[in-house]
Design a protein. Structure first.
Length: 325
């Protein structure tokens, strides 16, 4: 089979097409013939050797795949060959075939095409659990969504509304991206590249600050987001796109009973009682039309390095997908 891997850490140019033996499922594994794979910032962090857990070399990136199960291991009981599925995997998504544990495979309703399905697991589940599980969003509370035109952001803006947020404040770097956030349902739009954006966030909440903030940039954006929190506010950290070290004195949280909470999706994947109801909810929202998926681009499999380069320049919006089949 064909696969895209890197043998050393570095820029997009380290991604190379290679030939690999097609894997054979054993035990509780299933083999998926991949139709399309999601591209995520986690893939770029893996490529740079900056991911939250170590990345062994050589490495085939890609944690999000949709396709058809073609073989199953001897202990598989829940999934049959021929089933349309979407799955989150540890690695190997940038390839024509990949293994997944049967318990991480989610059968797809026929109404959801592969390219929409692959836009849901990582960003959809992240937005869902950042807001509901870690952010504990309550009816009428305010939410700040950074990078609101991105994969997580476009879904988070909509889910915040679905979950009952009173006001959703979206930030982005261009007018075009802010307009997209508005279409997703954002109430307030702020350009975070302009000086004093954090003051505008506070103004939008009548000086109180936001109850829940989603933050994945790190560095200066993180520090200024802390200043945007209301009393009892929760700031959920789920990435570090700037690659800058976080610096925070926990004592500054005490005076206003604020929280900074970390989020890492693989922990949700290990918790079936959280995972399964949430993915069912997401499918339901999509099929009912409550949740609209923003596909930023579908690229040929061979263009993975170019897609990574576009992500590095922050010029993309919505979900980016590699068409494998």
């Amino acid at each position: 089979m064909r696969a895209i891997q890197f043998e050393k850490y570095g820029g997009p140019e380290v991604l190379k097409m290679t030939e690999k033996e097609k894997p054979v499922p054993t035990g509780h594994e299933v083999l998926i013939e991949i139709d399309c794979a999601g591209v995520n910032y986690a893939d770029t962090a893996r490529r740079e050797g900056q991911y939250v857990v170590p990345t062994p070399l050589p490495f085939i990136p890609g944690a999000e795949v949709a396709g058809v199960v073609v073989e199953v291991g001897g202990k598989v009981t829940k999934i049959k060959p021929g089933t349309r599925v979407v799955s989150l995997i540890e690695s190997g998504g940038y390839s024509e075939y990949a293994l997944s544990d049967e318990f991480s495979v989610i059968p797809l309703p026929d109404a959801i095409p592969f390219h929409e399905a692959v836009a849901l697991p990582l960003q959809g589940l992240s937005a869902y659990h950042i807001l509901k599980t870690m952010g504990r969003l309550q009816q009428g509370e305010s939410v700040l969504v950074h990078a609101a035109a991105g994969g997580v952001g476009t879904i988070a803006v909509q889910l915040a509304k679905i979950f009952g947020a009173g006001k959703v404040i979206a930030t982005a770097s261009t007018e075009e991206k802010l307009e997209l956030a508005k279409k997703m349902g954002a109430d307030e739009l702020i350009d975070y590249t302009k000086e004093g954006w954090e003051l505008k966030v506070r103004e939008a909440t009548g000086g109180k600050g936001v109850d829940v903030a989603l933050e994945m940039a790190g560095g200066d954006i993180f520090n200024k987001t802390l200043k945007c929190l209301a009393p009892f506010g929760r700031l959920i950290v789920f990435g570090n796109a700037s690659r800058e070290a976080y610096k925070m004195n926990p004592q500054q949280l005490m005076r206003r009973n604020q929280s900074v909470v970390g989020f890492f999706l693989p922990q949700i994947m290990k918790t079936p009682e959280l995972l399964l109801p949430s993915i069912e909810d997401l499918f339901s929202y999509v099929m009912s039309g409550k949740l609209k998926l923003t596909i930023g681009g579908i690229y040929p499999f061979e263009k993975a390095a170019e897609v990574h380069e576009e992500m590095n320049t922050r010029q993309t919006k919505g979900k980016l997908i590699l068409q494998v089949k």
